[in-house]
Design a protein around this ligand. Sequence first.
Ligand code: SF4
Length: 103
Amino acid sequence: AIDPQFNENREKVGEENGLSVWGPVDEPEQLGIRGTHVAVDYDLCIADGACLEDCPVDVFEWVDTPDHPESEKKAEPTHEAQCIDCMLCVDVCPVDAIDVDAS
Ligand code: SF4
């Protein structure tokens, strides 16, 4: 599962599409965590898609991640600022790749 303390335990190594990237990153095999309020561990994400289907405010968008060992696309929390903290995505993710910090 995603480490809910990722922002303390990992280094912010950059930004992509306006989202923080939390390392380590070693592309294409290791992609780190994307986002902060809504955070997705790309190294766990298997592109199940339940979060995209269920998010009531369409926070997520697919991004292509060719040659990643778990999946060739990831659910990016592109619009994390729109999140209403319903926690649906956290509940439906089959691999617990999402953390929403509602505090
Ligand atoms: Fe969308 Fe709810 Fe997840 Fe926020 S907590 S990203 S609103 S599903």
